[in-house]
Design a protein around this ligand. Structure first.
Ligand SMILES: [Fe+2]
Length: 427
């Protein structure tokens, strides 16, 4: 059975070994187009609503990514460029203190103006202005960052609109349901003898600053499950009283359960769950999704296992990255909304896809880590407090965005992302 996490329509960059690596210009165009394609099913109200502080309006994502290009590329590098509207940085700066004051995060849903059409016009303006800079090799690293940044917001746009729609009593669908054939998960464990593992980005390709510096980590022997925990197993956990047994839960987690009245993953209702295609019956064989770190940890305890560390996960995944030469895409396919292709990441193996996987590793700087100079130094480093590392990629991650050294991170109670778990154990 295919897993039941709904996939967005597929103008994600396609893999095609018959074409060479895409140019920065092609990838810029495909990424910008993808954001706009995902807005198409949305009304003005859909695109403007903010359903909780963690989630941002779809229109805000479309505008904020444009602010990023306009601020860090055009304003700083294109002589004579003037801001499209000088009042908009206040609305669409996310968290860059060095870029000045900004609207409170929880108030992003109050930005009814500019309209979606005005934001789309701004996007066209910025795309055209970027044409000059896309050929400038000295800006390649910053352009890579801008593409990766917009890819991250594409995933957030998908998860945020899903949350907003879930709050609508009508349970609206963003797309029609599609049946995708996927291979079943494989049982078993991947044993690792332990030893010194090389951790962190070791390629010459793009990586975020938090993926480095590469360093050594000492691992004890362990085993990692070949498959993700499923909805059916989570049903067993619930039926066995998992949410009511304090012995399984961390103290903070037990207080969170009580405070927030949690007794199932987010979006569960009876034997259904909410998806981008509305309410659907859950597939018991599909990976469980939308759980918190607290829940992942409790389930692992119930199963007599534990969560992997980020270092263990990466040591196993390392061999599953494909070489850069195989990570090619056909930019022309980026315009085909109706071309079916599940958005699994490019250049990855069995540890990637479906859901982000919690590790038991706190999100901390690697040895000798230093934030980048300037405003973009605020991208990752300042969030290294109180969050947990997740590895892999999800069904909503843009293809090719993730890699074995990639570090996603969330607070332990958050669960609106496509988050799940893969068990680990000592051997
Ligand atoms: Fe951002």
């Amino acid at each position: 059975m295919p897993q039941s996490i709904t996939r967005p329509p597929s103008n994600y960059p396609q893999t095609d070994s018959s074409v060479g690596p895409a140019s920065l210009r092609e990838r810029f165009a495909a990424t910008r187009h993808l954001t706009e394609a995902l807005l198409e099913p949305l009304s003005e109200a859909d695109a403007t609503i903010q359903s909780m502080e963690d989630a941002s309006p779809a229109k805000w994502h479309a505008a904020h990514t444009t602010w990023f290009w306009e601020t860090f590329l055009l304003r700083d590098n294109l002589p004579g460029y003037r801001l499209y509207d000088e009042s908009w940085p206040f609305l669409f700066n996310s968290y860059y203190e060095s870029e000045g004051s900004r609207i409170a995060r929880r108030q992003r849903g109050l930005v009814t103006r500019p309209t979606l059409a005005e934001v789309l016009e701004w996007r066209r303006h910025v795309n055209e202005a970027m044409e000059t800079l896309l050929g400038d090799d000295s800006l390649a690293d910053l352009i890579e960052l801008g593409i990766a940044h917009e890819e991250q917001h594409i995933e957030l746009l998908l998860t945020d609109i899903k949350h907003a729609f879930s709050k609508n009593p009508l349970g609206p669908a963003m797309w029609d349901r599609r049946e995708d054939e996927r291979p079943a998960q494989v049982d078993g464990w991947i044993s690792h003898p332990g030893g010194i593992a090389r951790i962190g980005n070791q390629s010459s390709g793009f990586a975020f600053d938090n993926e480095g510096p590469a360093h050594r980590s000492l691992l004890e022997p362990f085993a990692l499950s070949r498959r993700l925990v499923t909805n059916g197993e989570w049903d067993e956990f619930i039926a066995d009283g998992g949410y009511r047994d304090h012995r399984l839960w961390l103290s903070d987690a037990w207080a969170w359960l009580d405070r927030c009245n949690v007794s199932a993953p987010l979006y569960w209702r009876g034997d259904e769950h909410f998806t981008h295609t509305g309410w659907q019956v859950r597939d018991p064989d599909a990976p469980v999704a939308h759980i918190s770190y607290y829940e992942a940890d409790a389930f692992a305890s119930w199963a007599g296992c534990r969560l992997p560390t980020e270092f263990e996960w990466e040591a196993v995944a390392r061999g599953q990255d494909k070489p850069d030469s195989e990570q090619r895409f056909d930019a022309s396919a980026g315009n085909q909304l109706d071309k079916a292709a599940p958005p699994r990441p490019v250049g990855t193996g069995e540890l990637f896809g479906d859901v982000w996987q919690f590790t038991r590793s706190a999100y901390l700087p690697y040895p000798r880590f230093k934030s980048a100079e300037g405003a973009v130094g605020e991208y990752n480093g300042k969030f290294m407090a109180g969050q947990w590392v997740l590895k892999g990629a999800s069904c909503a991650t843009v293809r090719g965005h993730s890699r074995s050294s990639y570090r996603n991170f969330f607070y332990p109670q958050q669960r609106w992302q496509f988050t799940g778990l893969r068990l680990a154990k000592d051997i």
